[in-house]
Design a protein around this ligand. Structure first.
Ligand code: GLV
Ligand code: MN
Ligand code: MN
Length: 340
């Protein structure tokens, strides 16, 4: 019954951007509509609703500082579960437990904007547990509905600009051209090779802007974005050097804390479910909380369809989601009864 309400609410959020996929980019009117809906659901659950200076939405059942939550923004044409599941399920769980708070952070996808502002404030939660779709194939391959995260990868983002010489596509000989897009293309292939050479590292050029962008003009300027990740700071720094990016990491690699991890493990055992532990290659608001010193854990729900994510094909089953709500509620109840 309750999992049906979670699924109905996920559908309602998913419909906001008009499709295809979820379209609630951070800072947009669509993200705001999602926050308005979630605020109404929090009130319906009897929670006290508050919006902080950064626009993060908080629903409190009590003054206990045992928190859960995630984000309501999405990538363009994103999936139904990324972020939204942790907020919608979090409202159910906090209502059920009758203690603690659920938070919907702003603008996670473009760089954990809301959670980064949140951790500047005090007091911070005593413990934070984020429920999230796995966004990868591990749990599906292990035939496990849920997983407990061990650590979250380090992440940096930067921009590179390539300058060339604009010219006529028909009259400028190939020899002697300075085509900015050719230089950018060589860089993109070098980035692929650099990440492939470092164990556990990944690099992605996800946006590219060409000027003046005409079919018969040699490109004079290209700007592209790079997303670089590695399991620890040492490997991230090595990757950034190879990518010629002088940027400060957006997220440091962080380990999840023992106490909330153990609370999740105890609940999995109570329900006779396997304990599968796995690292997260995706960034999360949980990483910001952990880096700020909040004891933090994450519960992953199995992704289906081979783990595809940041795509409308992202999928989890209603049975797995119902289990996740039970496990999260049990773990938060344990933590609320025993604040560290
Ligand atoms: C968030 O989804 C990220 O890891 O980019
Ligand atoms: Mn997410
Ligand atoms: Mn995401």
């Amino acid at each position: 019954m309750r999992s049906v309400r979670v699924l109905d609410r996920l559908e309602e959020l998913y419909a906001i951007g008009g499709g295809p996929g979820a379209n609630r980019v951070g800072g947009s009117a669509e993200e705001q509509r999602a926050h308005d809906l979630a605020a109404a659901w929090m009130r319906e659950a009897g929670l006290e609703v508050d919006v902080d200076a950064a626009g993060n939405l908080i629903g409190r059942a009590s003054s206990s500082r045992v928190w859960t939550g995630s984000h309501l923004d999405s990538v363009p044409q994103g999936g139904k579960f990324d972020g939204a599941l942790g907020v919608v399920a979090g409202i159910e769980v906090i209502e059920r437990v009758g203690a603690g708070a659920v938070v919907a952070f702003r603008d996670e996808e473009r760089g954990c904007v809301g959670s980064s502002a949140f951790v500047e404030g005090r007091p911070l939660p005593e413990v934070f547990v984020e429920l999230h779709i796995e966004q990868g194939p591990v749990l599906e391959r292990r035939e496990a509905p849920l997983g407990v995260v061990t650590a979250i990868t380090a992440l940096a983002r930067g921009e590179r600009v390539f300058s060339g010489e604009v010219g006529h596509a028909g009259t400028t000989p190939m020899k002697g051209r300075h085509d900015a897009l050719c230089a950018a293309a060589e860089y993109i292939l070098r980035a692929r090779d650099a990440a492939s050479a470092i164990d556990g590292a990944v690099a992605t050029v996800g946006t590219i802007a060409v000027e003046p962008a005409a079919v018969n003009v040699i490109p004079g300027r290209v700007r592209l974005t790079v997303d670089a990740r590695a399991p620890d700071r040492e490997r991230l720094d090595a990757l950034l050097r190879k990518l010629e990016l002088d940027v400060t990491p957006l997220l440091e690699a962080v380990k999840m804390a023992d106490e909330p991890r153990q609370a999740l493990a105890a609940e999995l055992e109570r329900l006779g479910l396997p304990l599968v532990e796995l690292p997260s290659g995706a960034g999360h608001d949980a990483a910001v909380m952990a880096a700020a010193g909040v004891p933090t854990a994450m519960l992953f729900v199995r992704s289906l369809n081979g783990g595809v994510s940041h795509s409308p094909d992202e999928l989890s089953s209603k049975e797995d989601i119902a289990l996740a709500v039970d496990i999260l509620a049990g773990a938060l109840a344990r933590l609320a009864a025993n604040p560290s």
